[in-house]
Design a protein. Sequence first.
Length: 403
Amino acid sequence: MLTSQTVEIVKATAPVLEQHGEALTRHFYKRMFSHNPEVAPFFNPAHQAGGTQQKALAAAICAYAANIDNLEVLGGAVELIAQKHASLRILPEHYPIVGANLLASIREVLGEAATEEIIGAWAEAYGFLADILIGREKQIYADQEGVKNGWSDFKPFRITCKVRESEIITSFYLEPVSGSGIPDFKPGQYITVRFPHPASGTTMRNYSISNAPGEGCIRISVKREPHGFVSNYLHEQIKEGDEIELGPPCGEFFFDPTEKHGRPLMLISAGVGITPMLSILTSALAAHPGRPIYFVHGALNGQVHAFQNLVCELESKHPNLTVHYRYSEATDQDRSQPRHHSEGCIDAELLEGLLPGRDADYYFCGPKPFMVGIYHNLLKWGIPASQVHFEFFGPRQELEEVA
């Protein structure tokens, strides 16, 4: 356990670190990549350039400092970090590198204010948190390797099929080169793809698994980003028969088909956020044929709307499934076919019009403005936290912003 003196010092310095948070983390990353370039492949250059990684780390440091005497409240955040670390194959030997650069950055940014007493307290606090994460990640690695058809580290997979789902989303069906089976991942989880990179040697990206467990393959459905190195590489360079490296399934966001609830299940997505929802939808329909399930998806228009035919086919086969598509920039062709049910953005009024009541289990994923809106609506409705589940592609504290 941490000493009372360490807890006192860390809590006392929390406001100072919050004031200098992003300056500190910007300095930290720059310093670490300079002194320890071997860790660069673990980080997304786009997130670095956009500042989201610096902001996320600053928020995490401040949250840890503010709650260091009540770490139970950070349990969810610790699990999220541990799963992310496991997806990238972070190992115990990487923690001293981060710790040394973080403590040095505190010294260099705060100057004389960073006394030996303060540095010593933060060194102890960092070591304490590192031990928690190392222990949890060790358990995750053991679970990944111990499950039937599981594996550790990165493993070669072959692209058996490549399917264009919309103008911007393409699916890749992946099977192990070794011929082994696929582990029973949890619906909603993601895998990590590792590629050669001209600058850092390798680079890694997380992609949600868009099919359900038990289908004999792993499918990822990737949105082409205008300046995305990996997404463009997948769309333009990778072809059927090629091989890529995958890490084992990870993620704390998932649907448990074994849980039985009388409440309706509401799955809400926008854009490429549809990918984990498809895995959850297919699994939920198989596990709960009598449970009311609502699938609400938002897209700009029909050209970028992926998996429309697949979901409509599921609706025709399952009377307990209700599907609603909403387009924010519908075209005349969308209206003439029609491809959608309503126009605008997904909002509380739409959800209330579909549900018989507000009491439901909610799973949602999509762009930041969409996520913030859904999250705050559920808060206003007083939906218990145990019934609210989401995958947010960005710093979690941004979800707390006023919608």
